[in-house]
Design a protein around this ligand. Structure first.
Ligand code: ADP
Length: 506
């Protein structure tokens, strides 16, 4: 099968959060299964060019459209493992992808609309007739209406379009004018069963366009697939998804346990470890050695106390208010707390809160807060910590829970979305003990959260038998990409089989 991912991120070339890792892990496994896999990305000025070897020009002159004007683009190509990667350099006068950032420009909608039109034009001109065009989130959702309403009518052939919703909160609200600029008559799409925004009837919603025009919709965990059809989690798109539920499927993400997240061969760790060849007790000793090295580096003191960590984008979804409360609570309990989190510019008050709390407790030597992105430190934290705290209000998948369990760090999570699918509470007697791997709170009520943290601290300090059982279960669970990639393959096959033949749309 020829699979083309059209995406805004792809590790290691460009990674902001989990999305880049997910596309890389999935594409790599799909290629290993014998598929021919390509990825189409914008060529950002902030791409990690050191990760790219042999970048070559594939197409020097590709013309694409914005309004009544055509602009010139250069398509570069490279290979990452067995994956063919195309980078679109857009010589657009607005310098759309030379902004020193991936997201966060005021005109993100225009930037990604133009990228989607250009990526589609590229596939058409080069006659790259894939079996599956796989698009991701609102950023590349416009590819679905563009393909169905422009290129299919020009005779472009493809098997089916798959959309993965990684986070439904972000939808890409778009004016009629901006949509019209890429060559589709915006007003025609401003109807309820096409792309009309569910909140503001005067505008369009790009994610809704992906949902409406894709042949299959997946999301990144089974529980999240059910949640987004409810008003509390659907961010006003629940009706649309409920109506199209026959196309919706939840597939839990995997993680790359071979190279990126492999505690046995993790170059960031001073003391790599593995459950496969040693006893769980030895794992705890190795984790302690990593912690001692980490504390030296961060100037922390009490390496015998439980270490609770939090690694997260610090945005409202991740519940910074509850993270703040929990820092106070864990300080009172004489634990150590390390927070690693980048705060987007839009939330200066979150930055201020955590800067203040760090100052307040710094002298105890029990706290460290870094409000930035630091990949090496994240690996060291996963390896050193006793537990990770994940109080997200909603969580499509929750990679940090999976990674931490794989590194012998007990997840303490809000049981929502993918966190509910991956973390089984130590006291959940409906599941056999060897499958339980962490601690869950079912509501965000402060008292319940503190009780859950208290249960985790007690387990870490006083119940070595239970701790080792949870740790073993977390580390042994199979969470690589093999299972998810097989499920995607089945879903693709069903989508191709059930898709109506390429016929003219609108
Ligand atoms: P999301 O995709 O919503 O950001 P996930 O928990 O699913 O949340 O994935 C986040 C990924 O990004 C994890 O791999 C995590 O380790 C990484 N990450 C998040 N914040 C940081 C940070 N400040 N520094 C390094 N890695 C981070």
């Amino acid at each position: 099968m020829h699979i083309i991912h059209i995406s805004s991120e792809f590790s290691p070339i460009v990674r902001v959060g989990g999305l880049g890792d997910v596309i890389h892990g999935l594409a790599q496994e799909q290629a290993a299964m014998g598929n021919f896999v390509s990825v189409v990305l914008p060529k950002y000025d902030v791409s990690k060019f050191s990760a790219i070897k042999d970048l070559q020009i594939d197409t020097l002159d590709l013309w694409s459209f914005d309004g009544h004007t055509s602009y010139h683009n250069t398509i570069w190509s490279t290979c990452i493992g067995k994956i063919k990667v195309y980078l679109i350099e857009m010589h657009h006068p607005q310098y759309y992808f030379n902004r020193g950032c991936v997201y966060g420009s005021r005109d993100d909608v225009e930037r990604f609309l133009y990228f989607c039109r250009t990526a589609s034009e590229f596939l058409h001109i080069k006659k790259i007739h894939a079996d599956i065009i796989h698009i991701h989130d609102w950023l590349t959702s416009p590819v679905a209406p563009i393909m169905k309403c422009i290129y299919q009518n020009l005779g472009f052939q493809y098997g089916a379009i798959a959309l993965t919703i990684h986070n439904i909160k972000y939808q890409g609200q778009c004016s009629i004018h901006n949509f019209t600029r890429i060559g589709l008559k915006g007003e025609d799409f401003r109807v309820e069963d096409r792309m009309q925004d569910p909140v503001d009837p005067n505008i369009l919603n790009l994610l809704k366009g992906g949902i409406t025009y894709s042949d299959i919709i997946t999301t990144v965990s089974p529980t999240y697939a059910k949640e987004i059809m409810k008003p509390e989690f659907g961010f006003h798109l629940h009706h649309t998804l409920f109506h199209l539920q026959h196309k919706v499927k939840g597939i839990l993400n995997g993680i790359d346990t071979e190279t990126t997240w492999n505690p046995e061969h993790d170059a960031h760790l001073s003391c790599p470890f593995s459950i496969a060849v040693r006893s769980t007790k030895t794992v705890l000793e190795k984790k302690r050695e990593n912690r001692v090295a980490l504390y030296k580096q961060l100037n922390l003191q009490n390496s015998c106390a439980p270490l609770i960590i939090c690694i997260s984008r610090l945005v409202p979804q991740k519940n910074p208010h509850l993270i703040e409360k929990t820092i106070h609570y864990t300080m009172q309990q004489n634990c150590c707390f390390i927070l690693l989190g980048k705060v987007p510019h839009a939330y200066p008050e979150i930055h201020k809160t955590f800067t203040k709390i760090f100052q307040q407790y710094k002298s105890t030597g029990n706290i460290y807060i870094k409000l930035d992105y630091d990949e090496a430190l994240s690996h060291q934290l996963f390896a050193s910590a006793s537990a990770i705290f994940i109080p997200s209000i909603f969580e499509p998948c929750g990679l940090t829970a999976m990674i931490s369990a794989h590194y012998g760090t007990l997840p303490i999570v809000h049981g929502t979305g993918g966190l509910q699918d991956t973390v089984i509470d130590a006291d959940n007697t409906s599941v056999p003990e060897p499958q339980r791997n962490g601690f869950c709170f079912s509501s965000l009520d402060e008292e319940e959260v503190q009780k859950t943290i208290q249960r985790a601290i007690c387990c870490i300090k006083q119940n070595p038998r239970l701790r080792l059982s949870l740790l073993k279960s977390g580390m042994q669970r199979k969470i690589d990409w093999q299972g998810p990639a097989k499920q995607y393959q089945n879903v693709y096959e069903q989508a191709i089989a059930s898709k109506s033949p390429n016929k003219k749309v609108i």
